[in-house]
Design a protein around this ligand. Structure first.
Ligand code: IMP
Length: 431
């Protein structure tokens, strides 16, 4: 038995999709355990580009099993579209290689409506959510008003719960948020065919994972978002509503912590953030613009331009601790080609105090100054390089510094979007 968890170490968009796709060749089962279709994992295979929002990235390998765990919030309209679109492109997707937890909570139209209405009402103070209904769905789950996939399997139960929930939501829509109410009938009509469509996929993900372990299979857990968007440990309230940390694999997929052997943290060679919230190393000048353009830093889910900045080792070190990372994968290193000088943030100062960890107080984080080290850049293209020794010396120095700051070895280096634009230094499944 062996299992690997892949998590983002920053604010999401670290390139997890590509790494998961690569590691899938060593895995038998790939599992999503949190988040929803706020995620957008981009995969490039030859001339084909796939953006997956809900289905684990392992789906491109037809012989692997992909599972969506109970910790994921599932918009069935999106899942249906995603399955259909992949099939139209010739991929094999069916109950034989995709399973959906019976305990996963459903994102319903009123969650999306609420997300957007609240963000609109907040105006300039909005969080910049993806508008996919993620927060409202997790709220209902915790408030014990949520609807799970299993509830949809019984039409009467589903109808009763939707009608009950909508009474409260519609009151909020009409009298507080001043937006149009929703009609339960519309939701029931949309969901009846979706229930029939999804029924063969519904499964007990915890049992399936346990069975895989008993059969000595390799399981890969695919995180979404990133450590600093974590509802507990991220830059609250500018966070998502789930726990993207490695620890949430246990609750989000249904296994115990002793099963976890290896955690791979994905770190972009610089930093990006989409949506609101503090970002100490953000660049507001032409360097930030250059990172955005060279790195194609536009959201895979919403198309929004991502905010860009230097690598933040404070953020990275917190991620090492919060996830007990065993290895790092450094992505998009090629994007840094051509920058004369590179900066790495090693601490923050605020009112004479120095921080070597991300402070909890938003006001401190918003107003702190990053402490930078400067590293010489390189001008050579990294694409096509497969051995660490063949990287320019300045690139090797930059990577060595990341390892030294994180105190974690780098196992994978990505120098381009294609599968073969990768340096494999170690196999996380070998742990
Ligand atoms: P929500 O998850 O849609 O509620 O959005 C909350 C915050 O998390 C916003 O700042 C989003 O931009 C951010 N966010 C959510 N999912 C992702 C992701 O997959 N990548 C990057 N940022 C994300």
């Amino acid at each position: 038995m062996s299992c690997v968890i892949v998590v983002g170490t920053q604010w999401g968009d670290e390139g997890k999709g590509k790494v998961v796709d690569l590691l899938t060749q060593h895995a038998d089962v790939v599992v999503r355990f949190q988040g929803g279709n706020n995620a957008g994992h981009t995969l490039v295979v030859g001339k084909d580009r796939f953006i997956l929002h809900l289905i684990p990235s392992g789906i491109l390998h037809p012989e692997k099993v992909c599972l969506i765990g109970n910790g994921v919030v599932v918009d069935l309209e999106v899942l249906h579209k995603e399955i259909t679109a992949l099939r139209e492109r010739g991929l094999q997707v069916g109950p034989g290689n995709l399973g959906l937890s019976e305990k996963a909570h459903l994102i319903l139209p009123y969650h999306r409506h609420l997300d957007i209405a609240r963000e609109t009402a907040k105006g300039a103070a909005s969080l910049g959510t993806t508008g996919r209904g993620i927060g409202p769905c997790y709220e209902d789950k915790v408030a014990r008003n949520g609807l799970r996939v299993i509830d949809l399997m019984d039409e009467e139960v589903f109808k009763h719960k939707v009608e009950t929930n909508l009474k409260e939501k519609n009151f909020l829509f009409e009298h507080f948020l001043k937006v149009s109410p929703l009609n339960p009938r519309d939701i029931l009509d949309t969901y009846r065919p979706l229930a029939d469509f999804i029924r063969p996929y519904v499964t007990n993900v915890s049992l399936r994972i346990d069975q895989a372990f008993q059969e000595k299979k390799k399981v890969l857990f695919e995180g979404a978002q990133g450590t600093h968007l974590d509802i507990d440990h991220g830059t609250y309230p500018y966070v998502t509503s789930s726990n993207p940390l490695a620890g949430s694999v246990c609750t989000g997929a249904g296994l115990g912590p002793l099963k976890i052997k290896s955690v791979l943290g994905i770190t972009k060679a610089y930093t990006t953030r989409v949506g609101g919230g503090p970002f100490p190393t953000e660049l507001f000048d032409e360097l930030g613009e250059a990172l955005r353009e060279k790195g194609g830093e536009y959201g895979a889910t919403t198309g929004r331009p991502r905010r860009c900045g230097w690598l933040d080792a404070v953020v990275l070190k917190d991620s090492v601790r919060l996830n007990s990372l065993s290895h790092l994968a450094v992505t998009k290193l090629d994007v840094l080609t051509g920058f004369k000088t590179l900066k790495i943030c090693t601490g923050y100062t605020w009112q004479g105090r120095v921080f070597d960890h991300v402070p909890a107080q938003l006001q401190v984080l918003e107003n702190c100054q990053p402490l930078y080290e400067e590293w010489e850049g390189w001008s050579e293209s990294l694409r096509g390089i497969h051995k660490k020794e063949d990287l320019p010396p300045q690139t090797q120095n930059y990577l060595k510094r990341i390892e030294a700051l994180a105190q974690v070895p780098i196992g994978i280096i990505s120098v381009g979007p294609e599968r073969d634009e990768t340096l494999h230094l170690s196999n996380p499944f070998a742990v």
